[in-house]
Design a protein around this ligand. Structure first.
Ligand code: PGA
Length: 248
């Protein structure tokens, strides 16, 4: 399986950052055996797509409706119209701050698929949940309830992101990552059969150039969702390089 390395710029990115996006697309081209993409604020998508050409640009959310009375929201059709080819759905920051539930995430993923966007659905436990020994139950519950019935196919990837590892510099132990990814894989195969083997499972949470090689070499870790270390080409490049090596 080709590794999939996706940057998540969160609420960062102004016109003045378009040059950095172009630089990131340029380093991505130097790693042709790795699939990569950058998910940026909706305000920049159109200009970024014009600037980078074929490099995949995505969004960080997508509304569940195609159009209508939803002030401030952006639909999958609109994102596609702006040039996006993928979207992140159900990031833990949105689950927490926007109170997104598994059912919302499932509906959004269905809408993204209908619009023709590739989709990354995020799952992950909080520190309290891990310390209470509930990490596996929480994550497998999110997987069960956030994924649409028609999940199988290369339009979908999952990202396992322990909430306590996001933006904290605290990376999950490789054995814990491997265990969780194996459990997610087993759940996908139980539900979707052989197609469940093909859904890429990314790890996210403080992945950077120093730890990417170890994480990306783990079984069932098919890529990474990268926040802070995706903001510059200089930080993103070593992760792409590690993905290239682990994919060989
Ligand atoms: P981080 O963010 O790499 O900055 O921890 C990852 C994410 O939130 O997707």
């Amino acid at each position: 399986m080709r590794k999939f390395i996706v940057g998540n710029w969160k609420m960062n990115g102004m016109s003045s950052d378009l040059d950095e996006i172009v630089a990131i697309s340029a380093v991505a081209q130097l790693h042709p055996s790795v699939d990569s993409a950058l998910c940026i604020p909706a305000t920049l998508i159109d200009r970024a797509v014009t600037a980078v050409g074929a490099f995949p640009i995505g969004s960080q959310d997508c509304h569940m409706q195609r159009a209508g009375a939803h002030t401030g929201c952006v639909s999958g059709d609109m994102l596609l119209d702006a040039g996006a080819v993928l979207t992140i759905i159900g990031h833990s920051e949105r689950r927490a701050a926007q109170q997104e539930q598994d059912s919302d995430i499932r509906a959004k993923a269905e809408a993204a698929k209908a619009a023709g966007l590739k989709t990354i659905i995020c799952v992950g436990e909080t520190l309290d949940e891990r310390e209470a020994g509930k990490a596996l139950d929480i994550v497998l519950g999110q997987v069960a309830h956030s994924l649409p019935e028609a999940a199988a196919g290369d339009w979908l990837s999952l990202a396992y992101e322990p909430v306590w590892a996001i933006g904290t510099g605290r990376v999950a132990e490789p054995t814990d990552v491997a265990d969780m990814h194996a459990a997610i894989r087993a759940a996908l195969v139980a539900r979707f059969g052989a197609e469940g083997e093909k859904i890429r499972i990314l790890y996210g949470g403080s992945m950077n150039g120093d730890n990417a090689a170890v994480l990306l070499a783990l079984p069932n870790v098919d890529g990474g969702l990268i926040g802070g270390a995706s903001l510059t080409a200089a930080k993103f490049q070593p992760i792409l390089a590690a993905a290239q090596v682990s994919g060989e």
